[in-house]
Design a protein around this ligand. Sequence first.
Ligand code: FAD
Length: 385
Amino acid sequence: MDLALSEEQEAVRRLAEDFVAREVTPHATAWDRAEEVDRGIVKKLGAVGFLGLTIPEEYGGSGGDHLAYCLVTEELGRGDSSVRGIVSVSLGLVAKTIASWGREEQKREWLPRLASGEALGCFGLTEPGTGSDAGNLATRAVRDGGTGDYVINGTKMFITNGTWADVVLLFARTGDAPGHKGVSAFLVPTDTPGLARRPVHGKLGLRGQATAELVLEDVRVPAGAMLGPEGKGFTVAMSALAKGRMSVAAGCVGIAQAALDAAVRYAGEREQFGKPIASYQLVQELISDIAVDVDAARLLTWRVADLIDRGLDFATAASKAKLYASEAAVRAANNALQVFGGYGYIDEYPVGKLVRDARVMTLYEGTSQIQKLIIGRALTGVSAF
Ligand code: FAD
């Protein structure tokens, strides 16, 4: 594997770095305090091409490879994980899944708008009663024998982009088959009558992100809204999440890199006992631990991108990258906070936010425990779920 970036990949990385320095980093603390990212960022992310990066050009995207996607995601995560999540969900979980599973008219209807930022997507899998055990979801879509429409009832929890999104990729039970076998996927416009959205406030981190509870009461969609075959919704969801895990991992690399940058800078400036704290071996240990975590997480993440771009099986590698990078981001942010001492604990300095934003990465798109079960199943052939 050649770890050197191509000219195009380096250009995309630099574009993302400049975009983040201009449009994200200067506002990240204010957005975090206000519990809301400026919504205008969606159009800007679309205009610069990040919301359609891996979507084919014929559907309005840039047709970029997955390593380029990792580079952009890392830079966004380095600036503000709340902004990174907007892209990871709308492009990574929704648009990419429509590109993989959609019929031609579904691709034409949604992909150009999602790629440009004219429309935003959200991913509705988790419910109040089912998180890790997502295949047992209770939301139900019943076929109306007269019109052929589906009528959907249920509640979705913790939906990223939920209050902002124009379309939800929604998973609902369509048949009597037990567990995940009875689940189908639907594309539901969020202005469909009967769909209510309630913001989730008081999050520990990702405070700027528009997280919502979605309540569906007799939401009626045409049969053509189904994405993929009936009863294959869980397969659709798992294929989306496998690639999504690479995106989360890349965002974690960004957090860890931001932690490293901040720790090195501060250790050089802050003096105690008459010398910069960078000159103390125990401070260098904190910094070197962060640096090793950054490199290891990045290499595991790039490996997933390489496997996807070469058309090889990547699911277990994605779970390994997500598991390692999310735990590494928490460690790295925490080590950086230690370097900052008491100043790390107040939000005028960047590292407290990194700790709070990193923490959720070990929870969503499969907790660390669930990633271990996926890796264990692949190695032993035995499911411990
Ligand atoms: P539970 O599944 O109840 O888990 C609780 C604990 O039990 C965890 O430690 C877990 O690891 C452990 N556990 C569960 N089962 C097992 C097992 N078999 N073996 C060992 N340990 C086990 N969901 C979406 O659908 N779309 C989104 O956009 C989205 N965005 C989110 C944004 C945020 C900020 C948050 C917090 C969550 C988001 N989620 C989203 C939901 C997220 O994916 C779930 O929270 C996650 O899957 C865990 O589910 P749970 O919270 O119900 O925890």
